[in-house]
Ligand binder design. Sequence first.
Ligand code: BTN
Length: 257
Amino acid sequence: MKACFAPENDSHTAFFEGWTLRSFASVASTNLEARNLPPWHAVRADIQTGGYGRTGRTWVSNAGGLWISAVLPATGSPSKWATLPLAAGWAAVEALSTLGVENLRLRWPNDIMVGRRKLAGLLVERFQPDTAVVGLGLNVVNQPDRIDPSLAGTTVRLSELISGGHSVDDLARLMLRSLRHLHRLLEQNSFADIAAEITERWTAPSQVELSLNRPAGSFRGQFNGIDHEGRLWLMSADGKPRAFAATDVALMREIDP
Ligand code: BTN
């Protein structure tokens, strides 16, 4: 169906495939802008002045990237939706694959990588009991290291990977379509299949070091898969497997062999 637009303040609203998408020139954070919206609403902004990522880290959101937050229904027990952050990353990877992006992988829990460089990040937040806000930041033509030089060599943008000049509006629609499909899958309890695919796609160095949110400190081990609850399994040097939930991990580093 063709999208229709209705101007409103300095934003415009588009309706398509069951989604209501509000686009702004600038907001502090699309996740915060979306927090009180009902399911199947989304917010996109050309720039974010206070974009943030996991553990409150600053997310550079200069013009030319896709900064979007989508509100999904998440009714029932919170444990039913515990895998949503990882699953949403998988949905974004699937969507990007259809554009012909190669060598994509999902680095647990929320980074979309091409080799060792980060293309996109996700942040899922529960502001309301019955909804989840899925925030996605995708570098398209923007260069985050121009704003924060410490990011040099660690990020990649879509325009370096594929030709075709995809507009942020087209990319927004692609992502929202993929999230709707994912939501249907999760309603059918299909996360186990998704976890298997994420494990298969983990092509990075297998040594991983985690900095834990617990007094116990850090942990180092060999990647041993993602389970049906979305936990990361590591095998320690003494051969003992251990599982970690994303909420217990402040930072993850992949270590070159
Ligand atoms: C991360 O890698 O730590 C997650 C980054 C998530 C960034 C996106 S951009 C859209 C949405 N709004 C925010 O403030 N953050 C998310």
